[in-house]
Design a protein around this ligand. Structure first.
Ligand SMILES: [Zn+2]
Ligand SMILES: [Zn+2]
Length: 419
């Protein structure tokens, strides 16, 4: 029987890879310009890193993790997100002892056992950027500015920045209690999951997609009305810094984020491209995460971008596929030898050249050249070869000329359009 990929696990094929590489390269360029460095973290971690870091009462930890026991009996989990691992690495390698401020980014696959649907996979890719060690609201704004700059640079338009504050460990419990009281009066309206959330983590009811739950929260109290003076000051400063940078935003008091560790600033970027509304990315501040996993008090802020969603929003007209520059069509044994010699030379010079590995007719070689969308075909015939020449065909305007093989490299370099 034919073996297929596991449900929810997706191949990214050569004809799509250009988009992925473009997005990754742009992220590296933009983030490093903002002083961020890449960090690569393991795919697998101890399960408790996520259960403590993300929080027991979250969908991720409750039902979406790929958790298994290894041969030594350790409970391990495929990373469902990157922030907890990045924070662990910062603590474990004492990155703070060199400089308490760490600006890090990470690109790679994450794993969640969710219901697979179009464009949504169990192995999905994220771009994560985090700043550890800064409480100053200036850095909240800086991270948001970098994010918007990146999204615009990959070609996204009609973006809307939404922000909110979630309070801190001092003022949020008060809000949580008010919210619980309010929702308890509407508990008959809540779905089964939300009935449970009402006890464990009522803030997560905001994320529920069930209509009656959405209705129940319409008039719910807002976090922003319960935050203390320090949190208010922080939020005002974030808004001020965004305004100074010329970034417009809207306040969204319903944005609470699903993860327990978020505090204060929360943000989301929504794209209104092509008439539909898509949350492209979100992030926020998490000043309690480090305490959960390591006992140190380190503030943090960052965001994660789902790459599948981002790639689906890239401009359609942009060309991402790299076609070969040149096809070498050889006729006859001797010409094949020459084509082989030339193609090796061209590859070393960075010219993407192809030839046919089976001695086919000129017609079928030209058909393949056409299919590969090359810019030029070099036709090597035995007659021309004797005179040290070959025919160069321009596949765009179909013009042909005889060129000297000795000058091939210079001729090609002057004609080929390099991307
Ligand atoms: Zn507070
Ligand atoms: Zn619900």
């Amino acid at each position: 029987m034919e073996i297929k990929a596991i449900r929810g696990f997706n191949d990214i094929l050569p004809n799509e890879i250009g988009k992925w590489q473009f997005v990754e390269e742009t992220a590296r360029e933009v983030f490093e310009g903002f002083g961020f460095s890449e960090i690569r973290i393991p795919i697998i971690e101890r399960t408790e890193l996520f259960s403590r870091g993300i929080g027991e009462a979250t969908d991720i930890v409750e039902k979406e993790m790929y958790t298994f026991t290894d041969r030594s009996g350790n409970s391990l989990t495929l990373r469902p997100e990157a922030t907890a691992s990045m924070a662990r690495a910062y603590l474990e390698h004492q990155i703070y002892s060199f400089d308490p401020v760490a600006k890090l980014y990470c690109i790679g696959p994450m794993f969640r056992y969710e219901r697979p649907q179009k464009g949504r996979y169990r192995q999905f890719y994220q771009i994560d950027a985090e700043v550890f060690g800064v409480e100053n609201p200036m850095v909240d704004a800086e991270v948001i500015i970098m994010l918007i700059h990146f999204l615009k640079k990959v070609g996204l338009e009609n973006l809307e920045l939404q922000i909110n504050t979630l309070g801190c460990r001092d003022c949020r419990p008060k809000y949580r209690e008010e919210l619980r009281k309010f929702l308890a009066t509407k508990s008959f309206q809540l779905c089964e999951d939300c009935q449970r959330r009402l006890q464990t983590n009522p803030l997560r009811i905001f994320d529920c997609k069930v209509e009656s739950c959405q209705e129940a929260i319409v008039d719910a109290p807002k976090v922003v009305d319960f935050i203390d003076g320090e949190c208010q000051k922080h939020f005002d400063k974030v808004k001020g810094y965004l305004e100074m940078a010329g970034l417009s935003y809207i306040l969204n008091p319903r944005m609470v984020r699903g993860l327990d560790y978020y505090t204060r600033t929360a943000f989301e970027v929504v794209s209104y491209q092509l008439g539909s509304q898509n949350a492209v990315t979100g992030g926020g501040r998490y000043d309690n995460l480090f305490q959960e996993i390591g006992g140190l008090d380190v503030p943090g802020i960052g965001f994660a971008i789902g790459m599948e969603r981002l790639i689906s929003l890239l401009p359609k007209e942009k060309e991402f596929i790299q076609y070969p520059h040149l096809f070498l069509a050889a006729l006859g044994e001797e010409a094949y030898g020459e084509a082989y010699r030339l193609i090796n030379q061209l590859h070393l010079e960075g010219i993407r050249a192809e030839l046919d590995y089976e001695a086919k007719s000129l017609k079928s070689q030209m058909r393949r050249a056409d299919k590969l969308k090359v810019q030029y075909v070099l036709i090597l015939g035995e007659e021309e070869l004797k005179r040290g020449k070959a025919v160069l065909r321009n596949m765009t305007d179909k013009s042909q000329e005889e060129i000297l093989i000795n000058n091939l490299l210079e001729t090609l370099k002057s004609k080929i359009v390099f991307d």
